[in-house]
Structure formats: structure tokens, C-alpha cells
Design a protein around this ligand. Structure first.
Ligand code: PMP
Length: 381
């Protein structure tokens, strides 16, 4: 039935798919240790701030005009960054960007999903994906990950064949589990996608590498498969490793043909001149901005080792293998009580993932000490 606006008698013709739905989002609370949305705990340093401020000031003088709609300058800078990070060189026209990789994903589903079509992913995975599906009227289908959160290749192939999705979303490292996918798995899914028949075309495979830079040395990026598969898109973000979540810049690399379809569905001038200026200034400082990635990886591995050495009543904690800047651990009979107990001690983590698990983002050494001290108290480790 039509919903009412809060506090008013006016009834609104709310779309049936969203009636009664709460807006997505983790609590934004003012506590000392924010370890709940996988942010980078290190703010940009003074040099980076000065560069960003200078470039934003220059952009401010042009704000009477719409921004560069094709933003090929930023796309070229992102292509250069990807080449230096992964060794894979793509042309600027093979790069796309938007306000966070959230919007990049929305563009993908606006372009390749839609009524009568399906998007397939493998749960547990990022909880925003079903919302992109809902908002593009695409049917959401979730295959299961194995007990250890890996994706079984045969099960994935079978799911693709059964569901005939137009879009397949793989996440590597996966949120909230931290699991990376071997390139062989991505390749097998790309091959299975070529066998799909959606209006005479194969499926698009999206590998969400939002946490890609945190992967272990030697784990390859799916960018390496781009040349082989014109139906593959690999998305990244400046929100995590780049410590730029507040700027809202996500991007992907794919074939030119795939990117050209995304240009059709974007809103005109979707990436503001201010955003473009911030992103380009930040990319000139990528070495400084990414400097903490190694430290965060080390802190992550230490956190995993610490958690694995903890026991309750002689039983060790479960801790998922992780290549991201967070760790999924558990399991707790009453995870909400543990979450609340940590919050009461100034440590905000995330209640997410399968029943009984909690996810903690990797913060500064001080954040992690506070987290460990609080957890020992709350969970009786
Ligand atoms: N993909 C995954 C797997 C994520 O965890 C997140 C953020 N939590 C995003 C995409 C979106 O990030 P952003 O929009 O900040 O780029």
C-alpha cells in the first residue's frame, strides 16, 4: 500500500519495490575508533592537501561552466595509475569513472541489466549489490560461496548456465570475507559467460577490486584478463587504498565497446569539475597516498594472527583468510552483544556477514590495540 511521508498525512506513490525499505548505510557515530566501513585511517598529508586545495581553487574559477563530460584527462591519469600498479596498460577510452564505485556499478546494471534480466553474484558478498539490482529492476540471484568463502569453479559454471545472467558480479578481495579469487576462477567464469545467451549476447563479468591494492604480493589482478575478454570489466576505487573515500571517485577498466555503453546511461556531467580536480591532484601524489598500504597489510596480518591465537573456553576463534583491509571473525552466539560491548568501549565495528560473524576494518596501531583490549574484555578471550 502507498506509504506515508513521516509526520504528514500526505500519501506518496512509492514504487512497490522500495515500500517500507530503510536507506542503506552503516551507523555514522562519533567514537574514537571507527573500524566499520573499511576506510583508510590515515588522512592525506599536508603536501597532498595543498595540491588538492590549489587545483580545486583553479577549478572554482570555472564553475560557471559545466565540467568536461568525457573527463579524458582523468581517465588518462587513471590508466597511467593502473599501468603502474598492475603492469596492465589500457587506453584512456577503456577507463570509466563515477562518484564512487557504487555509481560505477549502478551504470553497469543500468547498461547491462534491466527488466527481465538477472545479475548473478556469490554470497556472502557486498550488501549493496542487491540494491543496485533493485534500483535497475534487475533480478538478483545469489549463488553460494563454499564454507571457506571461496567460489567453487564448477558450482559457478553451473550457476551461470542455469541462471543465464546478463551480468555476473565477482568481488576480489570479497567484502565482507576478504577472500581473493584465483585468476583461474575469474577466467572460468568469463568463459562460462561467453556461453550465455542474453538477447543473442554473452554475459558481462564484473570483477569488483575495490580492495585490490591490499592483495598479497603475487596475487594477480583480473586486469590481466582484459585483453582476452571484451565482456570483462574490472572496477576499482580511490576510497580505500588511496585514502580518498570523502572525494567519491570509483572507476573501471574494460574494452572500449563496453565503456561506450556506460557513456549512454550516465547522467550528463555526472562527475563534477571539483571531483575531477581532486582526483587528478590526488593521482599526482599516488605514491604518498598509497604509502600506508604496506603498513595496513602488515597490521592486517598481525590482527589475523592475534585473533587466531585467541580462544574461548578452549575453542579458537574463526578468522577468514583476508587480502583486504578488514578481517571477518567470529563466531559469536550473540554478535550484537559483542558489537555493542565494543562500541561501549569506543570501538565501532560492523555487524555483517553470515550469522555470528563480525568485521573489523584495519586502523592505526592505536585503533587495533583499542580493538583487541575491548574484545578481550567483551568476549572473554
Ligand atoms: N565494492 C565493494 C566490495 C565495497 O566494499 C565498497 C565500499 N564499501 C564499494 C564497492 C564502494 O566503494 P566506493 O563507492 O566508495 O568506491
Amino acid at each position: 500500500s502507498p506509504a506515508s511521508a513521516p509526520g504528514r498525512s500526505l500519501r506518496l506513490p512509492v514504487r512497490p519495490g522500495i515500500v517500507g525499505t530503510e536507506p542503506y548505510g552503516a551507523p555514522q557515530l562519533d567514537v574514537p575508533h571507527l573500524l566499520n566501513v573499511n576506510e583508510n585511517p590515515y588522512p592525506p598529508d599536508a603536501d597532498v592537501v595543498a595540491s588538492i586545495a590549489a587545483d580545486v581553487a583553479a577549478a572554482a574559477g570555472t564553475l560557471n561552466r559545466y565540467p568536461d563530460r568525457e573527463f579524458l584527462g582523468l581517465r588518462a591519469d587513471l590508466a597511467d595509475y593502473l599501468a603502474s600498479e598492475s603492469g596492465v596498460r589500457v587506453a584512456p577510452e577503456q577507463v570509466w569513472a563515477a562518484n564512487g564505485s557504487n555509481e560505477v556499478m549502478l551504470h553497469l546494471l543500468q547498461a547491462f541489466g534491466g527488466p527481465g534480466r538477472r545479475v548473478l553474484s556469490f554470497a556472502p558478498t557486498y550488501s549493496m549489490y542487491p540494491e543496485y539490482a533493485r534500483d535497475t529492476l534487475t533480478e538478483w540471484v545469489a549463488g553460494r560461496r563454499a564454507e571457506d568463502f571461496t567460489v567453487d569453479v564448477d558450482a559457478a559454471r553451473a550457476a551461470v548456465a542455469t541462471h543465464q545472467p546478463s551480468v555476473i558480479l565477482l568481488t576480489s578481495p570479497n567484502n565482507p570475507t576478504g577472500t581473493t579469487l584465483p585468476l583461474a576462477t575469474v577466467r572460468a567464469v568469463c568463459d562460462a559467460a561467453l556461453e550465455v545467451d542474453v538477447d543473442g549476447a554473452p554475459a558481462v563479468v564484473v570483477v569488483d577490486e575495490a580492495y585490490g591494492e591490499f592483495r598479497r604480493i603475487g596475487v594477480p589482478s583480473a586486469l590481466e584478463l582484459l585483453e582476452e575478454y571484451p565482456n570483462l570489466a574490472v572496477s576499482r576505487t580511490m576510497s580505500k587504498a588511496f585514502a580518498l573515500a570523502g572525494a567519491r571517485v570509483g572507476y573501471l577498466a574494460a574494452s572500449r565497446d563496453l565503456v561506450d555503453v556506460l557513456r549512454v546511461v550516465r547522467l550528463p556531467y555526472h562527475l563534477s569539475a571539483v571531483t575531477q580536480a581532486v582526483a587528478r591532484a590526488a593521482l599526482r601524489h599516488s605514491t604518498a597516498l598509497l604509502a600506508q598500504v604496506d603498513a595496513l597489510r602488515t597490521e592486517r596480518d598481525a590482527t589475523v594472527a592475534w585473533l587466531r591465537a585467541r580462544t574461548r573456553d578452549g575453542v579458537p576463534l574463526d578468522v577468514a583468510d583476508t587480502d583486504a583491509n578488514f578481517v571477518l571473525f567470529g563466531t559469536f552466539d550473540d554478535r550484537h552483544a559483542v558489537w555493542q560491548g565494543l562500541l561501549d568501549r569506543g570501538v565501532l565495528v560492523r555487524e555483517t556477514g553470515p550469522d555470528g560473524w563480525l568485521r573489523v576494518s584495519i586502523g592505526t596501531p592505536q585503533d587495533m590495540t583499542a580493538f583487541k583490549d575491548a574484545l578481550v574484555e567483551v568476549a572473554g578471550l
